[in-house]
Design a protein around this ligand. Structure first.
Ligand SMILES: Cc1ncc(COP(=O)(O)OP(=O)(O)O)c(N)n1
Ligand SMILES: Cc1nc(C(=O)O)sc1CCOP(=O)(O)O
Ligand SMILES: [Mg+2]
Length: 356
């Protein structure tokens, strides 16, 4: 009898310690995420959702659970995950903390059911709310980074693909598109996987040209579609509302259709004829100026742009450019990227009609 009692007390104490530790873990993770929603994204709705989740967890964090704490005797406090010291970007911090909160809520749900069925049920609901928070946060994060990006590197096949992209990222690039019109699919998949990984490490957006299937397979931030590629509505169905969809446009009708169909950004060009898109005539500066006056989503001038003609491009009210050769073929991609960015950031991105 005595033994059974002490066994029951031991189990109850262990249960309380598990719940206490995981309530702390979930609240700390939420606080970390909340700070970015508030100061990084300036998103009042997401900030409020984090705060409400924290308050709800605080409600379950009773004095009885706190009293079970035994930090000096807790073997787990000395164990750290090797990845904990490695946080290469804000994105990585958010990802790690969302994961931490979801895991903690799962533990609270399972052991909570034993301690109090209401607590288990409440933690299950909170876990679903954190999945929704994650989707909204990721989408908001992507849109904000897109709006802040003034330079877009579109890749071309080269032996130095990864080194060139990484060099440009070191120069401050925040938006990359993987474009390869000829490689076999197994090669494209491997390249896209590796580029997605590199871009994530530098906190940059990664877009796949043409191929929605590859974009999904490598968990890219979005896809770029031309006028001859699949309809935006179909891509949206496949990609969901959180990923970005870009559309090439060559005239005012293309621009309005792309925006009406829900493109998150558009390409505007070719500004100049270019061997990268041989056979396509220049859309010219009249169309560029039209885009400057009418586009209600971020737009990137593309086609034949390099460091020598950049001043003419900027004079046409261009705030964002997409580049292939001028960076992919540059002797020093980091310096070239830095030069483009330095010229583009003298043109404030704020003040365009959609940057409220
Ligand atoms: C930013 C950006 N703008 C335009 C294009 C061209 O897309 P598309 O017309 O589909 O031609 P391909 O690139 O597929 O040959 C782009 N890729 N990126
Ligand atoms: C891929 C592409 N699309 C264009 C468009 O106008 O839609 S122009 C273009 C090629 C841009 O390459 P570069 O910077 O080497 O001239
Ligand atoms: Mg295309």
């Amino acid at each position: 009898m005595g033994n059974t009692d002490s066994q029951a007390r031991f189990v109850q104490l262990a249960l309380c310690r598990i719940l206490d530790a995981n309530l702390d873990r979930a609240r700390e993770g939420l606080r970390t995420i909340e700070e970015w929603c508030r100061f990084g994204l300036d998103n009042a709705l997401l900030t409020e959702e984090c705060k409400q989740l924290r308050q709800e967890l605080a409600h379950w964090h009773t004095p009885a659970l706190r009293a079970a704490r035994d930090t000096p005797g807790d073997a787990g406090t000395v164990l750290t995950h090797p990845k904990e010291a490695e946080r290469s970007s804000v994105q990585a911090v958010l990802q790690a903390n969302l994961c931490r909160v979801q895991e903690a809520l799962r533990v609270l749900e399972e052991y909570g059911k034993v301690y109090s069925p209401e607590m288990g049920a409440a933690c299950k609901q909170m876990r679903y709310r954190v999945y929704t928070l994650e989707s909204q946060l990721t989408a908001d994060q992507r849109h904000q980074l897109l709006e802040r990006s003034s330079l877009y590197l579109v890749t071309s096949p080269t032996e130095n693909l990864f080194a060139t992209v990484e060099a440009a990222l070191k120069g401050g690039l925040t938006l990359v598109q993987y474009r390869d019109k000829t490689a076999d699919d197994d090669v494209r998949l491997r390249n896209a996987q590796k580029l997605a990984h590199i871009c994530r490490h530098y906190g940059a957006l990664f877009i796949v040209n043409d191929r929605v299937d590859l974009a999904i397979a490598v968990d890219a931030d979005g896809v770029h579609l031309g006028q001859q590629d699949i309809p935006i509505a179909l891509a949206r169905q496949l990609l969901g509302s959180q990923r970005l969809i870009g559309r090439s446009t060559h005239c005012p009708e293309d621009l309005h259709r792309a925006i009406d169909e829900g493109a998150d950004y558009i390409g505007v060009g070719p500004v100049y004829e270019t061997p990268t898109k041989a056979g396509r005539p220049a859309a010219g500066f009249d169309y560029v100026r039209y885009a400057a006056a009418h586009a209600t989503v971020p737009w990137f001038a593309i086609g034949g742009i390099d460091t020598s003609n950049l001043p003419d491009v900027l004079a046409a009210n261009v705030k964002r450019v997409a580049i292939v050769r001028a960076i992919m073929h540059a002797d020093q991609p980091t310096l070239t990227t830095q030069y483009f960015l330095s010229q583009l950031t003298q043109q404030p991105l704020l003040g365009t009609s959609y940057d409220h």
